[in-house]
Design a protein around this ligand. Sequence first.
Ligand SMILES: [Zn+2]
Length: 334
Amino acid sequence: MEQTQPHDRQPPTAGSSGSILIGVDLGSHHIRTGAVDQNGKLLDFQREPQQGDTAATSSRAIADQLIAAAGRMIAAHSGVGGIAAIGVALPGLIHHETHRIVNLPNAPGLVGLDLYTEFKNAFGVPIYFENNANAAAFAEMTLGVAKGESDWLYLHIGSGVGAGLVLDGKLRRGKSGFAGEIGHINIDPEGIECPCGSFGCLETVASAPNIVRRTRDRLRKDNTSSLSRLGAVRGFTYDDVIASAKTGDDLAKMMLQRTGFFIGRAVAGVINLLNLSMVAVGGSPAGRAFLVPAIIEETRRRGFPPVRDDCRIVAAELDGEAGVIGAALLAARE
Ligand SMILES: [Zn+2]
């Protein structure tokens, strides 16, 4: 699904004092860590499976694994003395002033821990916690597809659906740091219940688990898809849906297209409100090729013409390293 190698991998280098930034990114199944220079150039990148499940009982294990992963990356890059700051990207809501994790659907037990203080105590360098979509947005605006864009939105389509909003060239977090929750925009009043308590949120159809759920439902009516055979053997994932679409499977292509239409409904509302110049679609790189054309099509159908004609909808440029790079750069700048 994503590259585990950086675009430009180099052997670890001994940094001058305080010049290297460390990024840590908690995904739904993996923890990614990286070392970057002050310009965001990736010097090292590692990805490891998350240990244990994400139930509340294993939150301590996840916290320990995050700290250990950061520690290994620091050790490989000349020790704490050479590290300027550590940024941590998390797939949930981070209160911008208190640095507390307020909501983290994949690992709810982490909400009760003061992970920020644990990082501070463990490493003694500036620590920065950020939402993962915001971190990826910052990486894209620094060295990816959104360089030079002033008003644009980064969309993350993964185990959740999130966004990073940039206005006047600045990442906008709202009052408390919770801006960008496009996944909880209602797109279907008759839709299924969302974990947030509402019904028919974008996330209930466009997150990876919900794309799989909708595809599974559809397979009950149409068993000609290659996913039918896969489903009978071991079940299938969002990556499998994308892989089937790439081989030309009609049902898989249709499911991704319809997902893009749902996302396009929400995007049309957002660009109507904000007159954005760009929407960049992140998440699984292989999935972007299927989602982007459908999002464009639906946005053309539903957006206010002068506004939608002002806005380009494109695939994001960076891969699975975006969260690591963005968190690290934000740690140096905030
Ligand atoms: Zn919701």
